[in-house]
Each structure stands twice: as structure tokens, then as C-alpha cells.
Design a protein around this ligand. Structure first.
Ligand code: HEM
Length: 185
């Protein structure tokens, strides 16, 4: 039985919804890891209560939002490729798949960090986790640009200006967060 003509658009809509949910989960998950690591500096019952609550929130976020978002995005993407297999021969798609593979590694690594944190065995500092949390932003920018520009990926000075601005914003946010932390201690 042939699929209706709009099946491709259905797959694409659900793919984009999955991507949005997946990234929302990934961004918030590592933010929770940062709070979790900072709570380890507390003492006594307050520390235990915070750690227990963060572990629960991380587990729910990962299993109810982040992973289902990833499964939706990837399964709809497979649907898109089945309907349009010629995309696989395009250079932009091959580069996109490379970055998506890195993103999947990042996803799995978040689970590893979650289990280390749950066992009070995580050696990552809040600062390192903040830097780690910039990685999915980079993947997001590259993958969205690849899928929009396809084989005409821009390399003009305007592009480098945008890249520079995004980097400047990311670094400024880091500095501002650091300044606020130092002011509160
Ligand atoms: C399993 C990995 C993935 C595969 C095989 C895949 C494949 C595809 C395909 C075939 C399209 C349709 C392209 C078109 O009709 O022009 C598409 C659209 C799109 N993908 Fe993915 N994708 C994957 C993961 C991702 C990820 C991780 C992101 C975001 C970071 C993403 C963002 C998008 C966006 C925004 C569109 C809509 C682009 C447009 O219509 O202009 N995809 N994807």
C-alpha cells in the first residue's frame, strides 16, 4: 500500500518536534547535573534531601522527556530516509549523520554521568559541566545549518560574524554565571 503524498511532511513535522523535545531534555539534564554537583558541597540532611531530589529529577527527565524525544527524532528521520533514500548520497546528509552520531554519544555519556552522580562517584566539577553543556549548542547550530543550507553551506564573512557572535554570547553567559556565583559566596 502506497503512503499518501503528505506522509513525508508528517514525518518531517514529527522529526522536528522530536528534535525540540530531545534538545530541551539534553540542555536541562546537564543543568541538573550542575545543581547536583553543587549540592554535594552541602552537609547533613539538607545535602541528602537535595541529592535524592536531583537524582529523581534527572532520572525522570532523561527517561520521560530526553530519550523519548531522541527516539521520536531518530525514528521519524529513518522514515524520511526510507521515503527519500537519495538524501543518503548527499554530502550534507553524510556530515549531518556524523554530527548526529556525536550527539548520540553525548546522550549516552549523559546517562553515564547520571549513574556516576547517583552513586556519588562523579569527579566532574560544576565548571566542567557548564563547559560540557555548550557542546549540544554547537551540534544544534551545525546540524540545523546543514539541513537548511544543504550542500551550499555558507562560508562567507557574514557566517563567521554570526559564529563569532554566538561564541561571544556563550562566553559572556559563562562569565556572567561565574560572576554571580562569586558574588553569592
Ligand atoms: C538520525 C539522524 C537524523 C537524520 C537521518 C535526519 C534526516 C533528516 C531528513 C531526511 C530531513 C528532511 C530534509 C528535507 O526535506 O529538506 C530532515 C529535516 C530536518 N532535520 Fe533532521 N535528521 C536527523 C537528526 C536531526 C537532528 C539531531 C537535528 C537537530 C539538531 C535535525 C534537524 C532537522 C531540521 C530542523 C529539519 C527540517 C529542515 C527543513 O525542512 O528545512 N535532524 N532531517
Amino acid at each position: 500500500m502506497a503512503l499518501p503524498a503528505e506522509a513525508y511532511l508528517w514525518f518531517k513535522s514529527l522529526h522536528i518536534i522530536g528534535v525540540v523535545v530531545w534538545f530541551a531534555g539534553l540542555f536541562y539534564l546537564v543543568r541538573l547535573f550542575i545543581y547536583h554537583v553543587e549540592a554535594q558541597e552541602l552537609k547533613g540532611e539538607v545535602k541528602d534531601a537535595f541529592i535524592k531530589q536531583y537524582s529523581l529529577m534527572e532520572k525522570r527527565l532523561a527517561n520521560i522527556i530526553t530519550t523519548p524525544g531522541m527516539v521520536l527524532a531518530v525514528s521519524m528521520a529513518i522514515g524520511l530516509l526510507i521515503l527519500q533514500p537519495s538524501w543518503l548520497y548527499e554530502r550534507w546528509m553524510q556530515v549531518k549523520l556524523l554530527f548526529v552520531s556525536l550527539l548520540l554519544f553525548y546522550h549516552i555519556f549523559c546517562y553515564k554521568l547520571m549513574s556516576l552522580l547517583a552513586n556519588d562517584n562523579c569527579k566532574w566539577t560544576g565548571r566542567q559541566l557548564r563547559a560540557l553543556n555548550e557542546l549540544p549548542t554547537l551540534f544544534l547550530v551545525i546540524v540545523v545549518m546543514l539541513v537548511v543550507f544543504k550542500n551550499n553551506f555558507p562560508t562567507s564573512s557574514a557566517t563567521w560574524l554570526i559564529v563569532g557572535l554566538v561564541l561571544f554570547m556563550a562566553v559572556s553567559i559563562q562569565f556572567y554565571a561565574r560572576y554571580r556565583r562569586l558574588r553569592n559566596t
